[in-house]
Design a binder for this molecule. Structure first.
Ligand code: FAD
Length: 298
């Protein structure tokens, strides 16, 4: 399969990817496969699918590798295996990297992982940059890392941490994926900051459609993202009409993506939350939007 940074550098249009997570219940994996089968990601121009990794011993870690391998072998789409440093030692990491490589996976999204409590420190991998350095030394993987347009929730400073991104790039990051955001200006400000600091690594813009009120409350609390008043009004208007809220949330996200594509982003990364409705209704529209952008390229 392809190294993801090569896709960014060679594709004459923005890169399209989406994130899924390994289901906790055994039976749910079959319905996820069925959804992916129905969607046919390759036909819809999906360049890669990222598979999350449960930090803190959620038991999903082998499932990440298995799901990533399945995606490559059954759907012909490049997989991005997420990996966290928070629960690693160098010895375990070496074995795990060898195992991931053996499964035919060439791309890893290297993350610190969320701290179980504020005082927790992993002596080997306190930050993502430390994990990135060791994966780079293993010399077999293309490496992605996370970027936060509004700043990371643990960091009291609002806005992108240019120093933090530089450390990740120096350690060996080949491409970046952003946390989701609901106000595109936040992303454009981040792009300006990266450009003026000569950070040229490709970045995909993360977009998550709002599909329920509970989801938005949980997510914005967890990542500390701001909600523009237009979106707050949509949530307020449809708070007792779940189907209408979902539809309006998907439309809002598609508008966001359209505007991002018009601003020439390197890629769109959809937080699909394993939702068939999100994948089925959004991917064809985004693909068409991207196709029309490829006509703009020489
Ligand atoms: P880091 O870059 O290490 O940053 C963590 C904190 O440390 C930040 O506050 C940063 O400002 C600070 N920091 C960084 N470097 C330094 C330094 N040198 N000195 C002082 N402070 C520093 N979590 C999962 O468990 N599994 C997943 O699959 C997963 N996938 C994700 C995918 C994406 C695209 C994103 C955006 C996030 C994902 N996460 C996942 C969540 C992520 O693990 C958390 O946000 C985590 O708290 C931070 O991870 P990081 O890799 O960005 O860490």
């Amino acid at each position: 399969m392809t190294k993801i940074s090569e896709i960014y550098h060679t594709k004459p249009a923005p890169v399209l990817s989406f994130e899924i997570f390994p289901p906790k219940k055994e039976g749910d994996i079959e319905s996820l496969y069925q959804t992916l089968n129905d969607v046919d990601p390759l036909a819809l121009g999906v360049d890669y699918i990222s598979v999350t990794y449960g930090a803190g011993g959620s038991g999903n870690n082998i499932k990440t590798r298995d799901l990533a391998q399945y995606i490559q072998e059954h759907f012909g789409v490049t997989a991005l295996h997420h990996l966290t440093g928070i629960n690693q030692t160098p010895e375990v990491l070496q074995d795990q990297l060898a195992d991931i490589k053996q499964a035919g996976i060439e791309n890893i999204l290297a993350l610190r992982g969320d701290l179980p409590d504020a005082d927790y420190v992993n002596a080997y991998y306190p930050y993502a940059k430390d994990l990135i350095r060791d994966i780079k030394q293993f010399n077999q993987f293309n490496i992605g890392a996370a970027i936060y347009p509004e700043g990371h929730v643990d960091n009291p400073v609002t806005g992108i941490s240019v120093a933090g991104v530089k450390e990740k790039v120096v350690s060996g990051t080949d491409f970046l994926i952003s946390q989701f955001f609901f106000e595109n200006d936040v992303y454009y400000n981040m792009q300006d900051a990266l450009k003026s600091n000569y950070i040229k690594v490709p970045v995909s813009a993360g977009v998550m459609p709002i599909i329920s009120k509970a989801q938005v409350e949980r997510m914005t609390y967890m990542i500390g993202s701001s909600l523009p008043s237009r979106l707050v009004k949509i949530i307020h208007k449809y708070e007792n009409q779940p189907d209408s809220l979902k539809q309006a949330g998907i439309e809002y996200a598609l508008e966001q993506i359209h505007d991002l594509l018009n601003h020439g982003v390197d890629g769109i990364h959809l937080y699909a939350m394993n939702r068939p409705s999100v994948l089925k209704s959004m991917l064809p529209v985004i693909n068409q939007d991207i196709q029309s952008k490829s006509l703009d390229f020489p």
